[in-house]
Write a new protein. Structure first.
Length: 583
C-alpha cells in the first residue's frame, strides 16, 4: 500500500482554543524523522511564524521517543527502529482571520498551514485527515474528498491539504448548482445578509466569470463565509474563505463591497491558483517566495472584481466609476506612490505591505491599489491600440488556454511579452513608466479617450498642513506626517499629541475646521506633547491640495469616444451620458 501520512484533529479543549493534532508516520530507514511547520500560507505573503502557536509536542513509538527542536519551525525525532511513529501536539487557535485558525465553543476553523506539520521530502505523498468533532451535532465542510471512513478526508499531497480549509460546527450549509457544477455555501456567524438577494447574485457572478474562460475548471467549489467584525478573503484551489462585518450587508454600497470581495476571491481560482507565474509554481514553506508579478495576480483580480458585477448587471456604470474614483483618490493621496515602483511593491510585500508603520504612507504603494489602476489603464490601452478588437480579457484567455488549462505555470519573465502579443505592439514605454518607475499614471489621457474626465475635489478654504490624526484615549495623536508637507518641514512627527494650532485647542474632531479658520499662508505656532514634553513649532499653512476625485462623463465626448465607453462598461453608460443613440 502506498505511503500515506495521517492526521487526527480533535477539539476537546475548545474553551482554551486548543486543537489537538495527532500525526501517524512510518519510521524512516535513517532512524530519524524531520518535521516542519510552514511559516506562511499561499495567498498571504507574510512570514507568520505559525509554529509560535504549537505546544505540548511529543513523539512515541513503542514507547517515548527522543526528539529535539532544531530550528524555529523544525523538529527532529529519533525513531529507534520499527513500528509506527505518533506525533502529538496542540495548536492555539484564537485568531479569527482567513489565514489562520479559530476554535471556540461555536465552531472550529483552520487553514492547514497553521495546523499541520509536514515531513520534508514527503510532501507529494497522500495525506489524510480525520476530524473528531466536539459534539455529535457538529458537521464538517471542506473541499477535500471524503473517504469511506467517516469524518476522514484525503488530499493527494501536502500542497492540496493546506490549500483546503475546514469548517467544523453547526454552520449553515446551502448547496446550489451553477453551469452543472455543484457549489456549497458554508456560513458561520449571524449577519444581516439577505440570502434571497445574495444567492442569485452569487450565481450570476460565478456564471459571468466562467464566461470569460469558457467554463468552470472544477467539479465542486466551497464558499466559506465568516461573519464577525473583521474583513478579509483568501483564495484556494477549489474554495475560498470570506470574512466580513456582520452588520454591513444591508446598504447597497456595503453589500456591493461584499460582492466585490466574493468576485475577487472567486476569480483567483483562475488568476493565481491556475494562471500563475513560475515563481509561485512550487512553494517553499520555510521562507519567502519572491515574485514581481503580484501587481498582475492581485491588481488584475482587483480590477475585475469590480468589473464582473457590472457585467452581471448587479450595479451600473455610475457605481463602477464611483469605485474607480475612490481608488484614484486613495492612490493620489498616498505620497509613497512617488517613492516605490509597482514591481518593487510586489517583490517587497514580505517586509512592507503586511507590516505597515507610521511612515508607510510616505514610502510604499499597495500592489493591490496601484496594480488595479494600472490594470485598468492596461485594459484601456489594449482597447485603444486594437481599435476595440481586443482587451485585457484576451490576455487572460491566452494565459488560460496556453498555461492555466494545461496545468503549467507561465514564465514570469515572459509575462510582459505575452501581454504585448495580445496588444499587437510593444508596450515597453507603458511597462517602464507604470511598473518600473514612479511616474504618475496618466488618467487624463485614458479617461478622455473614453469620453470621461477626472475632476479634482479641492476645498479652496482648507489649507494644507499634511498630517493625519486619530483620537486615542481622549487625546489627539498625529498618526502620520506626509512627506514634504508643511508639518514635516516644521518638525512635527508621528506620535506627537496635538494640543493647539495658534491659540485654539485642537481635537481630532475639529482639526479641519481649525485649519479652515486660519486660511492659506497663515504662519502659526503648533503646540504639542512629545514623550510628555511640551513643545511647539511654527508652521506656514500651504495651498489646498486635492482631497478626492470624481470620474465624470464629458459633455463634449465624440461619438467614437462614447462608443468606446459603451464597449468597455456596457449599456448602462447611457445613464451617464443620456445619449440613447448608444444603445
Amino acid at each position: 500500500m502506498p505511503l500515506t501520512i495521517r492526521y487526527q484533529v480533535s477539539m476537546d479543549d475548545a474553551h482554551a482554543h486548543l486543537f489537538a493534532v495527532e500525526m501517524l508516520l512510518e519510521p524512516d530507514s535513517t532512524g530519524r524523522i524531520t518535521l516542519q511547520m510552514p511559516v506562511w500560507t499561499p495567498g498571504s505573503y507574510l512570514v507568520r511564524e505559525y509554529s509560535r502557536h504549537l505546544q505540548d509536542f511529543e513523539a512515541t513509538g513503542e514507547g517515548p521517543l527522543h526528539w529535539q527542536k532544531v530550528a524555529k519551525q523544525t523538529w527532529e525525532v529519533e525513531t529507534a527502529g520499527g513500528g509506527p511513529v505518533r506525533i502529538r501536539y496542540r495548536i492555539y487557535a484564537n485568531e479569527l482571520t482567513v489565514r489562520t485558525s479559530h476554535l471556540d465553543s461555536t465552531h472550529g476553523y483552520f487553514n492547514g498551514a497553521s495546523l499541520f506539520l509536514y515531513v520534508p521530502g514527503l510532501e507529494s505523498v497522500p495525506h489524510e485527515v480525520t476530524i473528531v468533532p466536539l459534539r455529535p451535532d457538529w458537521r464538517v465542510t471542506t473541499p477535500l474528498a471524503l473517504t469511506e471512513t467517516p469524518y476522514t478526508y484525503r488530499a493527494a499531497n501536502y500542497d492540496e491539504l493546506i490549500d483546503s480549509p475546514f469548517e467544523i460546527g453547526t454552520h449553515q450549509v446551502i448547496p446550489f448548482t451553477v453551469l452543472g457544477k455543484s457549489h456549497t455555501l458554508a456560513i458561520w456567524g449571524k449577519s444581516n445578509l439577505d440570502y434571497n438577494r445574495y444567492l442569485p447574485d452569487l450565481e450570476n457572478i460565478i456564471a459571468t466569470e466562467a464566461k470569460l474562460f469558457g467554463g468552470l475548471p472544477y467539479d465542486h467549489y466551497v464558499f466559506f463565509c465568516h461573519f464577525a467584525d473583521s474583513y478579509g478573503g483568501l483564495e484556494h484551489h477549489n474554495s475560498t474563505t470570506l470574512l466580513y462585518p456582520r452588520f454591513e450587508l444591508k446598504a447597497d454600497e456595503k453589500y456591493f463591497k461584499f460582492l466585490n470581495l466574493t468576485a475577487h476571491e472567486f476569480f483567483h481560482l483562475w488568476n493565481v491558483k491556475r494562471i500563475r507565474p513560475d515563481t509561485l509554481d512550487r512553494f517553499d514553506y520555510t521562507q519567502e517566495n519572491y515574485t514581481r508579478s503580484l501587481w498582475f495576480m492581485e491588481g488584475v483580480t482587483s480590477y475585475y472584481d469590480e468589473i464582473f458585477p457590472l457585467r452581471a448587471e448587479i450595479y451600473d456604470a455610475a457605481h463602477y466609476l464611483k469605485l474607480l474614483a475612490g481608488h484614484i483618490t486613495r492612490l493620489q493621496t498616498t505620497p509613497g506612490r512617488l517613492v516605490q515602483p509597482l514591481e518593487e511593491s510586489s517583490f517587497d510585500t514580505w517586509i512592507k505591505l503586511y507590516r505597515p508603520n507610521e511612515n508607510s504612507v510616505n514610502s510604499q504603494v499597495s500592489y493591490y491599489l496601484k496594480g488595479q489602476l494600472v490594470s485598468c489603464l492596461l485594459d484601456l490601452e489594449i482597447r485603444l491600440l486594437s481599435e476595440g478588437e481586443r482587451s485585457l480579457d484576451d490576455v487572460l484567455r491566452k494565459l488560460w488556454n496556453d498555461y492555466g488549462s494545461q496545468g503549467i505555470s507561465f514564465p514570469e519573465s515572459d509575462l510582459l511579452a505575452i501581454i504585448e502579443s495580445v496588444a499587437g505592439t510593444s508596450l515597453a514605454d507603458f511597462f517602464d513608466r507604470y511598473l518600473r518607475s514612479t511616474d504618475e499614471l496618466d488618467f487624463d489621457h485614458y479617461l478622455a479617450s473614453f469620453g470621461l474626465k477626472l475632476v479634482a475635489q479641492i476645498d479652496s478654504e482648507a489649507p494644507y498642513l499634511g498630517i493625519r490624526t486619530q483620537e486615542k484615549e481622549g487625546r489627539t495623536i498625529i498618526q502620520n506626517v506626509e512627506l514634504g508637507s508643511p508639518a514635516q518641514q516644521a518638525g512635527l512627527s508621528s506620535g506627537d499629541e496635538l494640543l493647539a494650532i495658534g491659540i485654539w485647542k485642537v481635537t481630532h474632531g475639529n482639526f479641519k475646521d481649525r485649519l479652515a479658520d486660519l486660511g492659506v499662508g497663515a504662519v502659526v505656532p503648533v503646540t504639542f506633547f512629545r514623550r510628555e514634553e511640551l513643545m511647539s513649532a511654527t508652521v506656514k499653512l500651504a495651498s489646498s491640495v486635492p482631497t478626492g476625485f470624481t470620474v465624470e462623463a464629458r459633455d463634449d465626448a465624440t461619438p467614437v469616444e462614447r462608443e468606446r465607453l459603451r464597449s468597455w462598461l456596457g449599456e448602462s453608460v447611457v445613464s451617464l451620458t443620456g445619449d440613447k443613440s448608444n444603445r
